[in-house]
Design a protein around this ligand. Structure first.
Ligand SMILES: [Fe+2]
Ligand SMILES: [Fe+2]
Length: 200
């Protein structure tokens, strides 16, 4: 096995031990593989994309009060939305854990981990790749997923628009308000005329 292959297997083992749940670990591996494939297609760095995928959900299984407590201890920004939905804090807190426990110091990777749940107005191609890989990996089961993943291989920005619009529709159907960060991403990738055209 080559050196990156050995590193991948070593990281995977450590993440599996940390996560301790097969279901979530299987998702993590699918996200890592999907992100790597998207990066190859779009001329981004496959190793960085894979690493971002591997470490993106380190805090995903923490209960809400632990997410709030540890985020507060680390001085992470906690807005009204985060307070009402602490689960979203697993993204910024996960980036902290990736750095402190797994030695990930690459700011591009940490940024992708931070933004993988709520997205943001400004996203790098690596941020987009992880966000899309997380939402569109083959283990996710909802109508239109495979088409959106195919779109992601074709055009990252178009897939961001489609996926964010889906997310907005989901929020509307459930009478929930999206996070300010997600609304800012929608404004960037899918301004209102485009959203209305899509949902028409
Ligand atoms: Fe996540
Ligand atoms: Fe995830």
């Amino acid at each position: 096995m080559n050196a990156p292959g050995i590193a991948f297997v070593r990281d995977a083992r450590r993440v599996r031990e940390h996560i301790g749940q097969q279901h979530r670990y299987a998702h993590i591996l699918r996200v890592a593989r999907t992100a790597e494939a998207l990066a190859r297609t779009h001329g981004a760095d496959p190793a960085r994309a894979r690493t971002a995928g591997m470490f993106h959900d380190l805090a995903r299984l923490y209960p809400g009060e632990r997410l709030l407590r540890e985020s507060e201890q680390r001085g992470l920004p906690i807005g009204e939305f985060e307070r009402a939905n602490p689960i979203v804090l697993h993204a910024p807190l996960g980036a902290e854990l990736a750095r402190d426990w797994f030695g990930v110091h690459d700011e591009a990777i940490l940024s992708a981990i931070r933004k993988h749940t709520l997205a943001a107005a400004t996203m790098s191609p690596l941020d987009e790749i992880l966000y899309l890989a997380d939402g569109l990996e083959p283990g996710r089961d909802y109508v239109g997923r495979a088409d959106m993943l195919a779109l992601a291989f074709d055009d990252l920005a178009a897939a961001m628009a489609a996926h964010l619009t889906e997310s907005l529709n989901y929020h509307r159907e459930h009478n929930m308000s999206p996070a300010p960060q997600t609304l800012a991403a929608l404004e960037h990738y899918a301004p209102i005329p485009l959203r209305e055209k899509r949902s028409a």
